[in-house]
Design a protein around this ligand. Structure first.
Ligand SMILES: [Zn+2]
Length: 95
């Protein structure tokens, strides 16, 4: 399976931010290090029953400097709708 991470920073930085840029980078790296094996475990051997294809997962991790909040959004690409729904369901169970 293919997993891609997209790390984004948005918003205006506060004058005295809770997390400075190196903290944000550390947080991104830690999030990626946590999520990648979790996703790999969840989707190990998961293939479309009809087409035999593996899913592609894109994880967008974004940090809003204004709200000082991190958000994680999963996007799944799959060969067909039924398999897409199955993969999304599996991913929903990642804690
Ligand atoms: Zn399929």
């Amino acid at each position: 399976m293919q997993i891609e991470f997209d790390l984004r920073v948005s918003g205006e930085e506060h004058a005295d931010p809770y997390l400075d840029p190196s903290d944000v980078e550390m947080l991104f790296n830690a999030t990626r290090a946590d999520l990648r094996p979790a996703i790999e475990r969840k989707l190990a051997g998961v293939r479309c029953a009809e087409h035999g294809a593996e899913p592609m997962v894109r994880v967008v991790v974004s940090y809003d400097r204004e709200a000082e909040q991190m958000d994680v959004v999963y996007t799944v690409e799959a060969c067909c709708q039924p398999f897409l729904l199955r993969v999304v369901q599996i991913l929903h169970h990642i804690g």
